[in-house]
Design a binder for this molecule. Structure first.
Ligand SMILES: [Zn+2]
Ligand SMILES: [Zn+2]
Length: 424
């Protein structure tokens, strides 16, 4: 056993031992997982003072921690099953790097809310990578894209996604179809607000590419590998930067490409569906549906464990199941049949700080009163706000000049402008 592995295993044994000693179920989803080398641990002693803020905290408060130049921070913005519930949005992972780059991997239904909770200006979140085109992996794309234009994003949104077996099943077609579906929305925003953030830059890459580079900028390399899920046209991603390797499965059945190219990842985030029996008892599936969905279209906990035994990441992360007090322990028990390494059963707002000698896992404390961050660029005022309505609709407007006039006067006086209402 290498020295590093020895430290990792020792740390894991220590963490589990503490859990048992505290009466915490041995495989319960722990609130904090720490995988730290002995040298790094020496630097991590928190200091306490009666007048200063705590030097170290057990939860993550978005927007309050610097990212170190060699650090990777990953926030779970969606960890649940395809159907969204208040506790868990569908698949979405935010990856932030110490060089300032930020990436979204999948952007499933309900995840936009979790992304906005990070208090990150939208211009910084301009790169979205889609593993496949299921609604639980890009259901909030339109919300993030078009909603982002009034959240002060002034740069185009860049999106990468796989081709399909035929063009109409690919990411380009999906984006074109979204533009057409949202033509009314787009028409209402452009003209009313600075709409530069509504531009889309789409890169469709070959879903059959095996470890092919699809992104290479600023010292960050992202490769895609084929995934086996539902239809041809699903992929997994591997990102490498600064000696760190992040692997994200999106949805897939266990496969040889993941085994070969995700191996040795610092953090390996892989889908792990509920076992078929729980799909039957808790979700009303028939036994065959449970098997089809839980162990063929997706990866069951036992299969996840097997995959991680071969991947041997510093930390394995399981997602894509409703993680509750009763399901979590069973999922972990099944994973433990085939894997005995470090693992986190993810929940929404779980945060992972990864450096070469430390991996820390915490939960976030979320500020629900979040507002958009200010625009990073100077805004261009809209060209005109003439009434866009037909004569018929205009004929129904009650302009109330005695009410609206003073509102315009107030704004014009404060900002030195001379605007007049378009609806008269
Ligand atoms: Zn899927
Ligand atoms: Zn999925």
């Amino acid at each position: 056993m290498s020295k590093t592995n020895f430290y990792l295993v020792s740390t894991l044994i220590f963490v589990l031992a503490i859990g048992i000693a505290l009466g915490v179920y041995k495989d319960k989803i722990v609130q904090e997982i720490r995988i730290t080398t002995a040298d790094a641990a020496k630097d991590k002693k928190p200091t306490f003072s009666p007048v200063k803020a705590l030097s170290d905290r057990d939860v993550y408060y978005p927007g309050t921690e610097d990212l170190k130049p060699d650090e990777m921070r990953i926030v779970a913005c969606g960890t649940g099953q395809p159907s969204v519930r208040p506790k868990q949005a569908a698949s979405c992972w935010l990856l932030e790097l110490g060089n300032g780059d930020k990436f979204l991997f999948d952007i499933g239904s309900g995840s936009h809310e979790r992304i906005s909770a990070q208090k990150i200006p939208y211009d910084y979140m301009d790169k979205v990578f889609l593993g496949h085109l299921h609604v639980d992996h890009f259901g909030d794309f339109a919300s993030f894209w078009l909603g982002g234009t009034v959240m002060n994003r002034l740069t185009p949104l860049r999106v990468w996604g796989p081709s399909g077996a035929t063009p109409e099943y690919g990411t380009k077609a999906a984006m074109q179809n979204l533009k057409e579906a949202y033509v009314w929305d787009i028409a209402t925003r452009s003209g009313f607000v600075d709409f530069r953030g509504g531009e889309l830059e789409v890169t469709e890459f070959d879903y059959k590419g095996v470890n092919k580079v699809i992104f290479n900028e600023n010292g960050v390399i992202i490769r895609s590998i084929p995934a086996i899920h539902a239809l041809d046209g699903s992929v997994s991603f591997i990102l490498e930067w600064n000696g760190l390797k992040f692997a994200y499965s999106s949805d897939t059945f266990p496969n040889k490409w993941w085994h070969e190219y995700a191996k040795g990842a610092d953090i390996a985030i892989h889908e792990c569906f509920l076992p078929p029996t729980l799909l039957v008892t808790k979700q009303g599936f028939t036994p065959l549906e449970g098997l089809n969905v839980g162990a063929q279209a997706h990866t069951s906990p036992e299969q996840f464990g097997k995959v991680m035994s071969l991947t041997q990441p510093r930390l394995a992360v399981a997602f894509h199941f409703y993680n509750d007090f009763d399901t979590g322990p069973e999922v972990m028990e099944r994973i433990r049949k085939t894997y005995d390494g470090p693992v986190a059963l993810s929940q929404d707002y779980m945060v992972f700080n990864v450096t070469k000698n430390d991996i820390r896992v915490r939960m976030s404390a979320i500020d629900e009163d979040i507002w958009p961050s200010p625009a990073l660029k100077k805004k261009i005022p809209p060209s005109s706000i003439e009434s866009p309505f037909s004569d018929f609709i205009s004929s129904g407007a009650l302009a109330y000049p005695e009410v609206v006039g003073p509102i315009y006067e107030e704004v014009n006086e404060i900002y030195g402008t001379d605007y007049k209402p378009g609806i008269k």
